[in-house]
Design a protein around this ligand. Structure first.
Ligand code: HEC
Length: 107
């Protein structure tokens, strides 16, 4: 009983920090982000470049090493592709990519 309580507390400690969202992604509209990613076929084009389902394009070399850079990359890409993203669209997409791939946490 006591041992399992200890284990539980350790798990809580381990899980705690990793759940904290970076400041710039707080309140991001994840539903909107997923919708935009699907709508603009981000993965289809990435898959043409890296194969598979395209997920391997995300941070293969660890070049993107902060939430700000990630958001900047989405901003850059969406501008290049002329997607007409509003700032909150960019944040929403970056927040989803962070949750699913990059996993940056608040410092
Ligand atoms: C027309 C093709 C194409 C489309 C559409 C596209 N991308 Fe990309 N994207 C690329 C290519 C090619 C790279 C790799 C660039 C490099 O490595 O220099 C890339 C790289 C990225 C990266 C950086 C990956 C890393 O960690 O280095 C992000 C983030 C990204 N794309 C987001 C998006 C999002 C979000 C969308 C949809 C809104 C999107 N892209 C749509 C071609 C595309």
């Amino acid at each position: 009983m006591r041992a399992s309580l200890m284990l539980w507390m350790c798990l809580l400690l381990l899980a705690g920090p990793s759940r904290a969202e970076p400041e710039i992604f707080k309140g991001a509209d994840l539903k909107l982000g997923r919708q935009l990613i699907a709508e603009h076929k981000c993965s289809a084009c990435h898959a043409r470049n890296v194969g598979g389902n395209g997920d391997d394009i995300y941070n293969p070399k660890g070049r993107i090493n902060s939430p700000g850079l990630l958001r900047g990359m989405v901003d850059y890409c969406s501008t290049q592709l002329n997607l007409g993203f509003f700032p909150e669209d960019t944040t929403a997409v970056a927040a989803v990519l962070n949750r699913e791939h990059y996993k940056f946490t608040a410092k």
